[in-house]
Design a protein around this ligand. Sequence first.
Ligand SMILES: NC(=O)C1=CN([C@@H]2O[C@H](COP(=O)(O)OP(=O)(O)OC[C@H]3O[C@@H](n4cnc5c(N)ncnc54)[C@H](OP(=O)(O)O)[C@@H]3O)[C@@H](O)[C@H]2O)C=CC1
Ligand SMILES: CC(=O)N[C@@H](CCC(=O)OP(=O)(O)O)C(=O)O
Length: 342
Amino acid sequence: MIKVGIVGGTGYTGVELLRILSVHPNVKIQAVTSRKESGMPVADMYTSLRGFVDVKFSDPDAGELQQCDVVFFATPNGIAMQQAEALLNAGIKVIDLAADFRIKDQATWEKWYGMTHAAPHLLEEAVYGLPEINREKIKGARLIANPGCYPTAVQLGFLPLIEAGVVDTSNLIADCKSGVSGAGRKAEVHTLLAEAGDNFKAYGVAGHRHLPEIRQGLSIANGSEVGLTFTPHLLPMIRGIHATLYAKLTKDVDLQALFENRYANETFVDVLPAGSHPETRSVRGANICRIAVHRPQGGDTAVILAVEDNLVKGAAGQAVQNMNIIFGLPETTGLQIVPLMP
Ligand SMILES: NC(=O)C1=CN([C@@H]2O[C@H](COP(=O)(O)OP(=O)(O)OC[C@H]3O[C@@H](n4cnc5c(N)ncnc54)[C@H](OP(=O)(O)O)[C@@H]3O)[C@@H](O)[C@H]2O)C=CC1
Ligand SMILES: CC(=O)N[C@@H](CCC(=O)OP(=O)(O)O)C(=O)O
């Protein structure tokens, strides 16, 4: 059995990791840390886990993480970078759900995240954990930078177009919407029901920290820097991301066939039949990104629609997918989850 530790088990991605890992056939949940709730049974806080998870939250400094084979960091940005090296030196794999190791360029990371990087020497080694482009590198990785929620949907949506060289990559547009769980469990005014409910607004238009992450991934696929406009919006729903992506076609191509071929062997990317409109509830709770491809009025603009559950394919599910790859398990192990609808 793979002994798993989770740092930040009281948060939304932490509990999602627990939901998935508690029924994973190859996993033993060894340690779940919380600074505030140390000593409390996990299932007392998250009652959905009663009968599935029987461990207590432990203090992050209690040393239990050292007994693990892999440690997931479901913590705010800036925590994993302080602790990863000691775990790696003890032979423990690290999967960071935060952004500490996602951006290769230290100065770019420090500019967007507003802190000094504590482990810049690990940036090169860290593997960006988007299996659909990096599967081979993930197999041998010790340290995984799990992608952000918006970046997963946006990159999966644009990649086939960029890899095939059929769009103008100087002016890509990603118009994205997220549910409030994307902001985490911490108390914040903008996610209160009375603020977010019955309301809809954009945010971060001048620059969101997922912009450099998406640009990095798409630029690698393109072989040169892409131009990207990324606009996130907050929707009055709990889970889900809907990305509407626009790109100008430079070649006449069968978009449907292009996407179907690109993702033919990808279990967790579902290309819908032509003309479809994916809905966020069709992926709720599941490790799936569903994509639909459009070319309105046969014009020269490709419109790609991509939906995912921000907490699953956008975070915890993808992290488990990465763990499966690292430990040589079938990638789908523990991840064959039917979405919850309605
Ligand atoms: N929510 C989402 O949809 C997605 C989130 N992510 C990323 O995943 C990470 C976790 O997100 P999310 O679960 O939403 O966040 P939450 O705010 O819901 O939870 C974060 C957890 O981290 C713990 N924590 C906070 N500060 C520290 C610290 N200094 N040391 C150790 N533990 C700490 C807290 O536990 P306690 O106070 O009990 O110690 C808390 O439970 C973030 O980096 C986020 O950006 C990535 C993709 C999607
Ligand atoms: C709705 C909402 O607030 N979403 C968050 C998503 C950020 C997130 O989850 O951060 P990482 O994916 O980088 O870890 C935001 O826009 O800041």
